[in-house]
Design a protein around this ligand. Structure first.
Ligand SMILES: Nc1nc2c(c(=O)[nH]1)N[C@H]1C(S)=C(S)[C@@H](COP(=O)(O)O)O[C@H]1N2
Ligand SMILES: [Mo]
Length: 253
């Protein structure tokens, strides 16, 4: 523990000194030495994005918790952002009440698996009342029920080479988390919301909830989860769809 704190202090002091003295690029080089470079570190995001991510990871305990609320705090209105995917595959599964839907979990895992909704619902169920904030400025508090991503990852057996978990929905909004957020106790695969099954608009049959990051990281309409050691080969190699359209990969709040 003491060694960890000392190391944290060292990196933090180093990052701040480097950023102050010789600019963001030097801080970014230091962050790189400690494996704290986010996948969208290049291009227009550059060193600033690295500094945000590295500072969060160094300063905050890896499992600092998002605030959880009481039942009485649940918002009366929960806006839906966007329409459910129009793909044939999604429409067909949706009209069959998702009985034929499977969540595929593969990549760097010992036991690649697929889970039906019923199978996921038989795993230990978790609920959280948390705040979801969209980058556009609106937000709401809701209760989410589902299975911990960490429980599913433990079941399939994650390789020690794993660096990220990528999430693929039925639309284009794929995303990924580092292992710290993937194992975070509040990172949930949700199939229920406010005591009901998850509606189409809110991401049926299964969505990710990452309450330590902005709403766009909470990928709806999940189809496949893949554990990887690099995000280079996926999409444009920026770690998710959002940096391709102007938002950062890491959206910690
Ligand atoms: N697959 C998918 N997931 C998604 C989105 C999307 O368009 N497609 N929108 C994101 C954004 S920008 C936000 S703010 C939240 C909105 O969740 P809600 O519709 O349940 O309020 O979902 C996120 N997850
Ligand atoms: Mo959003």
């Amino acid at each position: 523990m003491t060694r960890l704190i000392t190391r944290r202090r060292l990196i933090t002091t180093g990052l701040a000194a480097a950023a102050g003295a010789s600019g963001l690029a030097a801080a970014a080089r230091l962050a790189d030495r400690y494996g704290l470079i986010p996948p969208d570190h290049g291009g227009i995001y550059g060193a600033g994005e690295t500094l945000t991510y590295a500072a969060q990871r160094v300063l905050m305990s890896h499992h600092s918790m998002a605030r959880e609320f009481d039942r009485g705090d649940i918002s009366r209105v929960a806006p839906v952002n966007g329409a459910p995917p129009e793909t044939d595959a999604y429409q067909r599964l949706s009209s069959g009440a998702f009985a034929e839907w499977r969540l595929l979990v593969d990549g760097l895992v010992a036991r690649p698996s697929s889970f039906s909704l019923a199978e996921l619902q038989r795993l230990p169920s978790r609920s959280q009342i948390t705040h979801q904030a969209c980058e556009e400025g609106w937000s709401f508090i809701a209760q989410w029920t589902g299975v911990s991503l960490s429980d599913v990852l433990s079941l399939v057996g994650v390789s020690t080479r794993a660096q990220y978990v990528a999430f693929f929905p039925f639309d284009q909004s794929w995303d990924s988390l580092d292992m710290s957020d993937a194992w975070h106790p509040q990172t949930l695969l949700a199939y229920g919301m406010n005591g009901q099954e998850l509606s189409s608009g809110h991401g049926a049959p299964l969505r990710l909830r990452v309450p330590r990051q902005l709403g766009y990281k909470s990928v709806k309409y999940l189809s496949r989860i893949t554990v990887v050691d690099t995000l280079n080969g996926i999409g444009k190699g920026l770690g998710s769809w959002s940096p391709e359209i102007g938002y950062s990969w890491y959206a910690g709040i």
